[in-house]
Design a protein around this ligand. Structure first.
Ligand code: 0L1
Ligand code: MG
Length: 262
């Protein structure tokens, strides 16, 4: 780590204020060019401490930038990981308030809910499937706190991978009853198709995102407890949204997730 605990804490305060009050900040690396990926995950640790201190509950993790479409869209080459809390969840068929966000985009993801703990490294896809209670369709609303959604990997990790809201829906399914590599996904905005993809776009199999997450956690002395909710990353590029837009993400054999922005 290159930054002191005091600076890490100050950066967490800055990011948290931007997240809570929906305003942009300049890239953290502009002010701290020596900042490392380790420093960014230390900022995430401080965000988690602040969320827990105010009563939010950590319910799982997200893997981001796990498809070529997302990596190309954002100009980065490796996945990022972030923390999910109950405060980010929104109900299906509800309205997400656009005034609470800066410049949101939506992406369709397959989420896993674990019934057994998982720790890496060296886990296999089979072990992930064995530990999974069910998989469920999800839409993540990402909202970078960096101007014009422009950032580098170090800065975006410190912004908790642009996480802001997520909605689950459709039908929870036993992962053994599906071929999780070939789930077709269509995202519609106001009834018009915006993006089409298949789940293999996520590292050939969305469970591979969990294997990478487990390696990341292991390197930090952490693991996934039973009950964890894990989002594996957008299957297509992310779609910008505005007030009044209604979103439907259709997942083959898993149902759909619908909500709108008000
Ligand atoms: O969930 C994601 O793929 C987001 C990762 C961070 C990059 C972005 O804001 O698109
Ligand atoms: Mg995502």
């Amino acid at each position: 780590m290159n930054l002191s605990p005091q600076i890490i804490g100050e950066l967490a305060d800055r990011v948290l204020h931007a997240q809570d009050h929906a305003h942009t900040i300049t890239k953290l690396t502009d002010e701290h060019p020596s900042m490392t990926i380790e420093d960014s995950y230390a900022v995430q640790d401080e965000l988690r401490r602040r969320w827990i201190a105010r009563g939010d509950r950590v319910i799982g993790m997200k893997a981001g930038l796990t498809s070529k479409a997302k990596m190309q869209q954002m100009g980065v080459h490796v996945p990022s990981f972030g923390i999910l809390t109950n405060a980010m969840a929104r109900p299906e068929n509800g309205a997400i308030q656009i005034r609470e966000l800066v410049h949101p985009r939506v992406e369709a993801e397959i989420a896993f809910v674990l019934k057994k703990p998982l720790s890496g490294p060296g886990c296999s896809i089979e072990q992930v499937l064995d530990a999974t209670d069910f998989v469920i369709p999800a839409v993540e609303v990402i909202d970078s706190r960096y101007e014009k959604f422009k950032f580098d990997l170090i800065s975006v990790i410190a912004d908790n991978g642009s996480s802001s809201r997520y909605v689950t829906g459709g039908r929870p399914r036993d992962p053994r009853e599906l071929d999780l590599r070939t789930i077709g996904v269509v995202i519609e905005k106001n009834g018009e198709i915006q993006a089409v993809g298949a789940s293999a776009a996520v590292l050939n199999h969305p469970a591979n995102a969990i294997l990478m997450l487990l390696e990341h956690l292991h390197a930090r002395g952490e693991s996934l407890p039973a009950g964890s909710f894990v989002m594996t990353g957008g299957i297509t590029e992310a779609i910008p949204v505005a007030a009044g837009d209604s979103i439907v993400a259709r997942f083959q054999d898993m149902g759909s997730v619908s909500f709108r922005f008000a």
